[in-house]
Design a protein around this ligand. Structure first.
Ligand SMILES: [Zn+2]
Length: 263
């Protein structure tokens, strides 16, 4: 392993300890909610259990806005995320990443606005392999680009601004939720919308606690929103939010033309 990549054990030893911290969304007190093994992945939901690492990751939950998060990854570099999370084994814990998810979302977008495709200028923010943007271009969307810091092909932010920015299963990966949403909104036109997919905590989160399948350090799921915390960070950027399904949210400053009869 190259010298600039700290081992998982080193990273764990350098994590800030404590029974409480301050919420990354609203600054209120966030007591310890529970600890899970680093290897806990979303695929436990489907019966795949990775051998435990012995390294425990603490999660905290805000008493005011309900944001559920860890600070375990706050001091990690991008290279360390690539070495320990977004590595060659990542596909095993997120099998829908490469194809199923981009294909499904491309279909939803093209089915949702069939008469407006030639007017849509889209950015897929945190767009992985670039597949969603590729499918949108093939469906007749005027412009569709990808930004993805972990993929050298898409590491620089495309020029210009956009009237549709998709952010599909990305927010839960961001160690700094406020800074993340600030960058997400920056290339959005005044009349444009964010299409966000991130699963909100279920109503019984206080019963199931860290047993919730979506709370999964091995997947890099480190920032888990409540409706309140997501609305708060979006409102901080002047955006109004509308949740369509527990994992699908639209947000805008001014409703764009393609959402006018739906908003
Ligand atoms: Zn909070």
């Amino acid at each position: 392993m190259s010298p600039q990549v700290r081992s998982l054990a080193d990273l764990a030893s350098q994590a800030i300890p404590g029974e409480r911290t301050l919420c990354k969304c609203c600054g209120s007190l966030a007591p310890l909610f529970g600890r899970v093994d680093f290897q806990k992945s979303c695929e436990e939901h489907n019966g795949l259990f990775l051998p435990p690492s012995g390294i425990m990751v603490p999660y905290f939950r805000c008493q005011a806005c309900g944001f559920l998060f860890t600070r375990f990854f706050d001091h990690w570099t991008d290279v360390e995320f690539q070495a320990h999370v977004y590595n060659e084994d990542y596909a095993a814990v997120d099998p829908e990443y490469a194809n199923v998810r981009p294909t499904g979302w491309a279909q939803s977008i093209t089915d949702g606005f069939p008469t407006h495709l030639s007017e849509i200028e889209a950015l897929d923010w945190g767009g992985g392999t670039g597949r969603l943007a590729e499918l949108l271009r093939a469906s007749g969307v005027r412009r569709a680009e990808t930004w993805e810091p972990f993929n050298p092909d898409f590491a620089s932010l495309p020029e210009g601004d956009f009237n549709l920015i998709s952010c599909i299963e990305v927010l839960e990966h961001l160690p700094d939720p406020k800074a993340g949403v600030r960058s997400l909104v920056r290339p959005l036109r005044e009349e444009g919308a964010l299409l966000i997919s991130t699963l909100l905590q279920p109503a019984n989160i206080l019963e199931i606690r860290t047993g919730w399948w979506y709370l999964a350090p091995r997947n890099g799921h480190i920032s888990l929103h409540s409706a309140k915390s997501l609305e708060l960070v979006l409102k901080g950027q002047g955006c109004h939010m509308k949740t369509i399904m527990p994992h699908v949210h639209w947000a805008w400053r001014q409703v764009p033309f393609y959402l006018k009869n739906q908003a």
